[in-house]
Ligand binder design. Structure first.
Ligand code: ADP
Ligand code: MG
Length: 249
């Protein structure tokens, strides 16, 4: 698939808690290619979130290095890193992490504010992507007026609106029922395919790994295996997708 967008080189993270040292990530190496949908799969406590947060520059490496689009994030200043994140990365969270006082459209506009886009252009882009995720009738609702699935669709719109090269998702369906999970997975995947974006998703749910092109199994801070999935589930192919309709409210 060409040049890797993410290169993880002997990445290690040790948390020190008083006397205790926790080896959350044990010196792991792998690459992720552009356009790849990559899944970090493992049980709770295996180090998946730590690894994702290292790649996203949210946590600092204890040792090793991580290159994002050829650039090492290890030695970036906080300012540079913050800017790099705004320009290149999108995030989807398990608990949605929407701002409660803001409407759906205002939440989705936020990443564009950092891009110094004018207000009317911002609004246009946010409305267009909210339509794509099936929330035409919920644009001016606040998070607490929406279901979990609807909130996560807002979360996905916010992650993709600025067209980041990479979207990180940590257990994005962790709070959703089975049917909504399939909708959300399809949505993330179809959004990413459209602009050839890379997705790195953390999950403990084996059944979701089927969506991924690359499955990295994590155990106790180590990589157990890296599997290329020749036959990933693509949008429209989910179990039960004969009954799948474009989600609308
Ligand atoms: P997962 O996402 O696979 O459930 P985590 O990456 O959250 O696993 O955690 C891996 C290990 O690191 C666990 O033992 C966890 O308790 C520990 N850990 C995670 N974050 C911290 C932290 N901020 N401080 C101390 N220990 C942590
Ligand atoms: Mg986790």
């Amino acid at each position: 698939m060409g040049k890797p967008v993410i290169e993880v080189k002997k990445a290690r993270k040790v948390y020190v808690m008083g006397e205790e040292r926790i080896n959350a990530v044990n010196g792991v190496s792998f690459t992720i290619d552009r356009g790849e949908f990559c899944c970090l799969l493992g049980t709770s406590g295996s180090g998946k979130s730590t690894l994702l947060n290292l790649m996203a520059g949210i946590e600092k490496l204890t040792s090793g290095d991580i290159l994002i689009m050829g650039e090492s994030i290890r030695d970036m200043s906080e300012n540079r890193l913050a800017k790099f994140r705004q320009e290149n990365l999108g995030f989807v969270f398990q608990a949605y992490n929407l701002i409660g006082s803001m409407t759906a459209v205002e939440n989705v506009e936020l990443p564009l504010v950092f891009k110094h886009m004018g207000a009317s252009q911002r609004r246009k882009r946010a409305i267009a992507i909210l339509k794509k995720v099936g929330l035409t009738k919920r644009m001016y609702h606040k998070p607490k007026e929406m279901s979990g699935g609807q909130q996560q669709r807002v979360g996905i719109a916010r992650a993709f609106v600025a067209k980041p090269a990479i979207v990180f998702a940590d257990e994005p369906t962790g709070n959703l029922d089975t049917r909504t999970t399939a909708e959300v997975m399809e949505l993330i995947k179809s959004m990413a395919i459209k602009h050839h974006q890379t997705v790195v998703m953390v999950t403990h749910d084996v059944s979701l790994a089927g969506y991924a092109d690359k499955i990295i199994r994590v155990l106790d801070g180590n990589i157990q295996s890296i599997e290329i999935n020749e036959n990933p589930v693509n949008p429209g192919q989910s179990a039960g997708s004969e009954t799948y309709e474009k989600p609308e409210e």
